[in-house]
Design a binder for this molecule. Structure first.
Ligand code: C5P
Length: 398
């Protein structure tokens, strides 16, 4: 089991809307991460999915009535919120958002939200695009934000009603990621973090290119961990098959030169630059405009010219961001990584062995800094990224 939510007790409040069916999947996925789920449903929600579904999935009783004889004091609205680490309303209908914003309490779920005390309230809207865009809904939503509720989404796209626009509920996996992020310490709150990830690819002709074995997993995990820690993240990514982490601005590039241009454009606004990309050291200088034809058994001569060193260029900026580099070596890690840190003039360089980390799911990081080096335990890349983000936050606050 993945323990990201282990020990977390979550009340899932389900209101009436067709997106209810996705709340069933969400229940399972939150439990996969170790959360304990208690479901509270409005009357309208039970028209779409039955309480039995959620009882079977969560392994806990489902609550629908304000006065519930199954509780010794009959006060489900008090007991449930006192035991919870968060209440997530998913899907949150326009009607329920209106109710919350006015403090109405005419059923169990709305009463529970009013009686919740300090328990965080998270609202995940789902409704038709016109309902979402209506000034009344937007007004109600502003009120919820002022009252310290957290709102996730909505997304945009095709809707069950056949229309297309804003109002789609976030997908269950996005809500799971948001829930995990919600419980992470906000160590980089208000910071802007620029990250590079993946390989770059250098064209030989219009159909061929030279690239490397970087998958992008490490850089994407760093982007997710930074965002979980409360940072605003821009991810400049070479070609990968990975989905951009939720709420991270991804800029896709192909070549090292394109990556350089994008990084230099955004570096001045960043507080931290984390250079994870496996940038090609050279590009093909005799690039051919048309496809190179095979002629008999003749070979092909490629000529190479050096690419700009993006990390060193950012590190040399006046008032530039705090820089972190990554180095994958195949041998002499301690010697090569520290000399690289000094050459690029950066405060922190993360070294690892290329044969162990490229395209792998885990990593063993060695942190090189002015005062020496330290090895972190071998961890999945996301867990390692969270540790590294903690380390960076500590350095910045020192
Ligand atoms: O010199 P080397 O490629 O081993 O250095 C690794 C570090 O430098 C990484 O952080 C990588 O992202 C960065 N780098 C760069 N631009 C290059 C080459 C490497 O930003 N042209």
């Amino acid at each position: 089991m993945n323990p990201d939510l282990s020990g977390k007790r979550i009340v899932l409040g389900i209101t009436g809307g067709i997106a209810c069916y996705k709340a069933a999947e969400l229940t399972r996925r939150l439990m996969d991460h170790g959360a304990t789920i208690t479901v509270v449903m409005t009357d309208a929600a039970t028209q779409f999915v039955t309480p039995t579904t959620f009882q079977a999935l969560s392994g806990n009783p489902v609550y629908t009535e304000t006065l519930d004889a199954r509780m010794a004091n009959s006060m489900a609205h008090i007991n449930l919120s006192r035991q919870a680490d968060a209440i997530i309303i998913v899907p949150a209908s326009a009607d329920f958002i209106a109710k919350l914003s006015h403090g109405l309490a005419d059923d169990l779920l709305s009463t529970l939200c009013l009686a919740k005390g300090n328990c965080p309230l998270i609202v995940v809207p789902a409704m038709n695009r016109e309902m979402w865009a209506h000034p009344a809904t937007q007004r109600n939503l502003q009120q919820l934000l002022q009252d310290n509720a957290t709102v996730w989404g909505p997304g945009s796209g095709s809707q069950a009603c056949g229309e297309t626009g804003s109002g789609r509920m976030l997908e269950p996996h996005e809500i799971v990621n948001e829930t995990i992020a919600f419980f992470q310490e906000k160590l980089l709150h208000g910071k802007r973090v620029l990250i590079t990830a993946g390989p770059t690819a250098e064209p030989i002709d219009p159909v061929r290119m030279i690239t490397n074995r970087s998958s992008g997993k490490m850089g994407y995990a760093m982007a997710r961990a930074a965002r979980e820690a409360g940072a605003q993240v821009i991810l400049v990514s070479g070609p990968t098959a990975l989905e951009a982490p939720y709420d991270v601005q991804r800029i896709s590039v192909t070549t090292a030169k394109q990556m350089y241009d994008q990084v230099m454009q955004h570096a001045h606004e960043a507080d931290i630059f984390i250079s994870v990309a496996a940038v090609a050291d050279w590009h093909v200088s005799n690039f051919q405009e048309n496809k190179i034809k095979k002629t008999g058994n003749a070979g092909m001569d490629l000529k190479f010219a050096p690419n700009p060193d993006i990390l060193a260029s950012v590190a040399a900026l006046d008032n530039g961001p705090w820089c972190v580099g990554f180095a994958a070596e195949t041998e002499n890690l301690l010697e090569y990584a520290e000399s690289k840190r000094q050459r690029k003039n950066i405060p922190l360089l993360v070294g690892n062995l290329a044969q162990d980390v490229m395209d792998a799911d885990s990593t063993t990081m060695v942190l090189f800094e002015e005062n020496g080096h330290q090895q972190l335990p071998t961890l999945p890349k996301l867990a390692a990224s969270r540790q590294l983000i903690k380390h960076i936050a500590l350095k910045l606050s020192a």
